[in-house]
Design a protein around this ligand. Structure first.
Ligand SMILES: Cc1ncc(C[n+]2csc(CCOP(=O)(O)OP(=O)(O)O)c2C)c(N)n1
Ligand SMILES: [Mg+2]
Length: 341
């Protein structure tokens, strides 16, 4: 790795070490590579569906760095590839989910991109927008009820999801009971084809926090360091008995909503190209090189390593068997009872 050059431009690193900065950057490269792979596999007819986090890389790598493994609980939503990777899931585990293989933690029975891992503290979640938020609030309630100091729940969702009734009810309940919860909103300006100004009359979601009686904050979700700082501050507060908060990271959805969506029916190429000028991946690469944390050869080596890991994960997961019809009801009903009996 590059030695810190005395002439290097100082980086406002908010306490993050060189190693943590490189880890965040690797996570961002891996997100992009795996995103790409999902779309490629879909076009090859090998997986029925894929969904990308392009534009969310910095936000998710920064947030994951603030998560305490073995203590905190993550209740994510479907676009959280980088959060899943950042708290310890492997590309192989991600690929098992995308390929819907039996060895997936959900037995290959979940919707693709809906990862879960008990070992990593990642809660299983639903495709129904906001349905996971009351569950996350319940987990935070359990932490408080049991007096488990130093733990918190990090729950995430998109901008559109904040319009759901469950979102409001959950925030209210969390505030009343001062639960150890952080509501992280990933504002990418779109909810499939619905732009932010057709979703809400007041576009700064973090400002709603005051209405519930909790702290709120907005940060630049294209900056992983700023994200890390905002998420860490909110998680530290929650872990130490200071109650919940709503924090909002601003980013952008560079790809279509999913492989089932054609975004050119509701937005223009020019609009996306304009947002891409602030692409967080090359921007962070540039900052790390400028600060002497990495050099161009380090970045090249990292890119190759990420591609190798993605290729190996793809081949290994693809070779695994699908779930069998005979285990369709496993984990659904207690004992050997079958619904048709
Ligand atoms: C209750 C409910 N309504 C509608 C949908 C269909 N749907 C799936 S994703 C989505 C958009 C959500 O947008 P946002 O919360 O901003 O997240 P993003 O996809 O932009 O990351 C919609 C409307 C759903 N899954 N659940
Ligand atoms: Mg959105």
């Amino acid at each position: 790795m590059a030695k810190t050059d005395t002439k290097a431009k100082a980086l406002d690193r908010r306490g993050l070490t060189d190693e943590q900065l490189r880890q965040m950057f690797r996570n961002m490269l891996l997100q992009r590579q795996l995103d790409n792979r999902g779309f490629q596999l879909n076009r090859q007819g090998k997986v029925p569906f894929a969904l990308g986090s392009e534009g969310h890389e910095a936000l998710q790598a920064g947030a994951a760095m603030a998560f305490e493994r073995g203590k905190d609980i993550l209740a994510p939503y479907y676009r959280d590839l980088g959060l899943a990777l950042g708290i310890g899931l492997t590309p192989y585990e991600i690929m098992l989910s995308i390929f819907a293989r039996a060895a997936d933690h959900n037995g290959g029975r979940q919707f693709p991109n809906h990862y879960s891992s008990k070992a990593a503290g990642l809660m299983s979640f639903s495709s129904i927008l906001a349905a996971h938020i009351p569950h996350a609030v319940g987990a935070a309630y359990a932490i408080k009820y049991r007096g488990e100091a130093g733990r918190a729940v990090l729950v995430t969702c998109g901008d559109g999801t904040t319009s759901e009734g469950e979102w409001h009810e959950s925030m209210n309940f969390a505030a009343v009971h001062k639960l150890p919860l952080v509501m992280l909103v990933e504002n990418n300006e779109w909810a499939i084809s619905t732009p932010l100004d057709k979703q809400m009359g007041q576009p700064e979601i973090w400002k709603r926090a005051a209405g519930y009686g909790m702290p709120g904050k907005r940060f630049n979700g294209f900056d992983p360091i700023e994200t890390y700082e905002a998420v860490k501050e909110a998680l530290d507060r929650a872990r130490s008995g200071g109650g919940p908060s709503i924090i909002e990271g601003h980013c952008y959805r560079f790809l279509a909503h999913s492989t089932d969506d054609n975004d050119m029916t509701y937005r223009t190429k020019e609009l996306v190209a304009e947002a891409r000028k602030n692409d967080p991946v090359p921007a962070f690469e540039h900052r790390l090189i400028e600060a002497g944390v990495m050099n161009a050869a380090d970045v090249e080596a990292l890119r190759k390593d990420v591609l190798r890991e993605t290729n190996e994960a793809t081949d290994k997961a693809e070779a695994m068997p699908y779930p069998q019809a005979s285990d369709l009801y496993t984990h659904l009903y207690e004992g050997a009872w079958q619904p048709w009996q």
